[in-house]
Ligand binder design. Sequence first.
Ligand SMILES: [Fe+2]
Length: 407
Amino acid sequence: MRENIETGTAEAHNFGFESDQRKRTLNFILWIAFFASVLLGLISIHFEDYQAGYVILLLNPTCLVCLFLNARGKFYTAAGIASVVMFFAAVYDLYSRGSLLDDMGIVAFPVLIVACSLLFGKRGLYVFSGLSLLAISAIGVLEINRLIINQPSKIDASDLTTALVLVLCVSVLVWVIIDNAQKNLQRIKADDQDIRVSYELTLESLAKALEFRDRDTESHSRRVVELSLALAKEMGLGEEDLVNIRRGALLHDIGKLAIPDKILLKPGALSHEERSVMQEHAAHAMELLSDIPFLQPCISIPYCHHERWDGTGYPQGLKGEEIPLYARIFTIIDQWEALNSDRPYRNAWPRETILNYIKDNSGKIYDPKVVEKFLSLIGGQQEEAAGSASDSSHLLMVKQTTEPIIK
Ligand SMILES: [Fe+2]
């Protein structure tokens, strides 16, 4: 059953966290670049280095555009534009001033490598380390060979090698930091996954404990879980809802653990008093589960699955959409599955009789919208089983008018 456990949501959750973190990081980097470029641009202009000043100031509108794109969810576009523009601004600044190692602009490259590694991980590190080494080498070689016009060379090959080794050292250090961070993140993800699997296996054990006690309902939990998830998907619910419904369905009758054997295991119909005691299982479920934080989103199924659309159910007598949606979905599945199974006190109903019962009670016991989706789900499964040539309309002919015994 372990393979049935939902893992997609955990991965989606981790992915969402990483994605938010990258988005926030890009925002920080863009704001830092914005203010730094204002300062550096004005300083360059003040010292009459107009060309470099204007190029650096060009980063301002770029940062604003990228902030806008990032806010609209276009992270990769924003990060890509910002990284490339900042890289070329750094290269131009270094080239235009000449005197490679005397120019503090060279510090922009290690900063750029760190920033791009934060945004793109190891891929960003490899690409921007490579580009930085290439750019510094090219400008250095041009300068050594006096190919940069109007810039007297002040460096030799040894200076250039030193600069390249230092940039390489920064890259390796960043690689080590990122590698450690990724390994830690993977370990946290694995631990998180183990905890989630343990949660689900614990819930399955609880459901099994109830089935061991009440042999009549053996495998009932597994079947209602599968059908509830199918109906929830038919209704277009999301991944998180599916996880909650799965948990709620597994635990739906957990409150029956508090019902005495002589009532729970009674082979015949229950007396009025016994029925009242049996109905307390919903409130018992609430008592059992209400202090467990991760079960709060699913508790409406164990607590409200005997409520009725017309307000005549229990324990609270909720009416219509006052009944939580998970419970409205589960109620139909629970009764469909129970009526499809033999019990010591009655045989399973014919499939068509159950369908008619559910249709007749749409708007009385069941939410009409959920009934509609349920019939379409069952109809789809029926057609799949019978093949497209068969006519299934005859299955809806039998009428059931009496109230079924469902404990
Ligand atoms: Fe129940």
